[in-house]
Design a protein around this ligand. Structure first.
Ligand code: 48H
Ligand code: FE2
Length: 254
């Protein structure tokens, strides 16, 4: 068999173009491919919700790859152990209630679960703005290729429409901050000191709809609420992603 380079190029262009066009209107856009966004997207996909995950970097996985101070291990507490089981992540009990897993395996299995659930990934894509119209809700996102911003090029973005948006952008709570900056009725307090136990329990209750059509999950939920950080324990991120998926599905009547 002879291989035709043009066919290879056409396969890539046509398939990805179709994905982009298919997701110009979607039920849910999850912004950020860290642990909370991945868990949220995977669990929404499993419920049959059409879900796009938009990640500005080349790699999906966010802050989980690096474990703690570049030791690629993460810790998960008892409450979230069932989510490691659900996503098929192997782990070892270090001390009663402290489970340690490999960060690379955990990221890989979360990504695999999201893929299996039909989530469409758009990496290298930055959400640079949101659409809020007369109805006062987030109805869409303004997106551009990440390298456009990195190169400082003046290239206008494109727009996607979504019924629900999930801010899973981590410490910076980027989407919530966009709304705050533009005068929306939303205050981002910024994260507080390290206090693992408090941060891990509170992140679940801070996971909610913070502005019409906009849900927040993961570290962004604590950043919006002025809540503590937790270091490299990741159970709260997974539980928060699960809670966000539940709230979004409820909102969509699914
Ligand atoms: C597209 C964007 C944009 C944008 C950002 O940081 P993350 O891993 O987020 P979480 O909340 O799922 O997990 C937090 C965890 O990794 C962590 O840092 C913890 C637990 N820290 C505790 C501590 O004490 O430090 O992932 C967020 C993702 C990243 O991949 C970003 O690149 C991406 O969001 N992102 N994607 N458009 N505007 N902004
Ligand atoms: Fe962090």
């Amino acid at each position: 068999m002879t291989l035709n380079e043009v066919t290879i190029s056409r396969a890539i262009l046509e398939e990805q173009h179709r994905a982009l066009v298919d997701y110009l209107e979607t039920d849910v856009a999850v912004i950020g491919g860290g642990p909370s966004g991945l868990a949220c997207a995977a669990l929404l996909g499993e419920r049959g919700v059409s879900c796009a995950l938009i990640e500005k970097k080349l790699s999906i996985g966010g802050g989980m790859w690096g474990g703690g101070m570049m030791f690629p291990r993460i810790v998960v507490q008892e409450e979230a152990r069932r989510l490691l089981d659900r996503f098929g992540v192997t782990y070892r009990e270090f001390e009663p209630g402290y489970y340690v897993a490999k960060s690379v395996e955990t990221v890989a299995k979360l990504i695999a679960a999201a893929c299996d659930a039909g989530v469409e990934f758009f990496n290298l894509t930055t959400v640079e703005d949101v659409m809020v119209r007369g109805d006062g809700r987030v109805g869409g996102l303004v997106v551009n290729w990440t390298p456009v911003g990195m190169a400082g090029l003046h290239v206008d973005p494109l727009t996607v429409a979504c019924t629900c948006t999930v801010d899973a952008t981590g410490h910076d709570a980027m989407i919530a901050r966009m709304i705050e900056r533009k005068g929306g009725n939303l205050q981002v307090k910024g994260e507080s000191f390290m206090w693992a136990e408090r941060a891990e329990s509170r992140v679940i209750e801070h996971t909610k709809e913070i502005f019409p059509g906009l849900f927040v999950t993961g570290m962004a939920a604590n950043a919006v609420a002025g809540e503590c950080r937790m270091g490299p324990i990741f159970g709260g991120m997974l539980l928060s992603g699960e809670r966000a998926a539940h709230l979004v599905a409820e909102k969509l009547g699914r």
